[in-house]
Design a protein around this ligand. Sequence first.
Ligand SMILES: Cc1ccn(O)c(=O)c1
Ligand SMILES: [Zn+2]
Length: 248
Amino acid sequence: MGASTSRHRQCRPRQSPINIYTKKVRYDSSLKPLYIYYDPKSSQRLVNVGHCFNVEFEDTNDKSVVSDGPLVGYYRLRQCHFHWGASDKDGSEHVIDGLEYPAELHIVHWNAQKYPTFDEALEHPDGVAVIGVLLKIGETNPLIQSIIDSLDQVKEKNKECPFTQFDLSSLLPNDRNYWTYQGSLTTTPYLECVTWIIFQEAIPIDSDQLQHFRSLHCTSEAEDPAFILENHRAIQPIEARVVRSSFK
Ligand SMILES: Cc1ccn(O)c(=O)c1
Ligand SMILES: [Zn+2]
């Protein structure tokens, strides 16, 4: 059945982000703890991709990976980025019992054990694993400050600069409780290839740091400047899915 021939039957059954309604979450005792290892030597550069900025990592080897948890095999770290709002009152993509956080970190990995390239992995339901970390307004975050100190070198779209020795694992919350569900990319083309792993514990960022994100340009140097004021997608229907938790 083609997407165009029928509107009443869901043709995109696993879209992201979603509202995680904790009363409907199912604790799954078979979910293992996550194994996460990020080598600071894997970080390579910072790139303004127009709708956000990516910290990009070397993904031609298995030095930085996530495995276990809900995953089969290991997934290779490729990039991380943030989603934010025009003000501190919204900005996260995932929402918890209707509560929007001011921002959300996405750590993108791909199934290098099964697929030859990232682009190929995007075409498969088990191709990508994204760890989502919610951000709350709190004390200044020194790791995020190290990114902000380089943002003026990538102010315009398509600009990039070296960004090495970044210890991404220091951005992870201490508490590793997580929710997991099958979903999609939250930017076009919204491919349904993502196993989402969302930590229950939020990490802090201060309001001034968040303001720096909004000063990035979504335009290139040749265009009239416009800003990336916000880049978070609206929540999508959960359809027939159930969110599982690693904790009671
Ligand atoms: C691969 C990919 C692309 C965009 N976004 O937002 C993601 O979270 C993951
Ligand atoms: Zn994202």
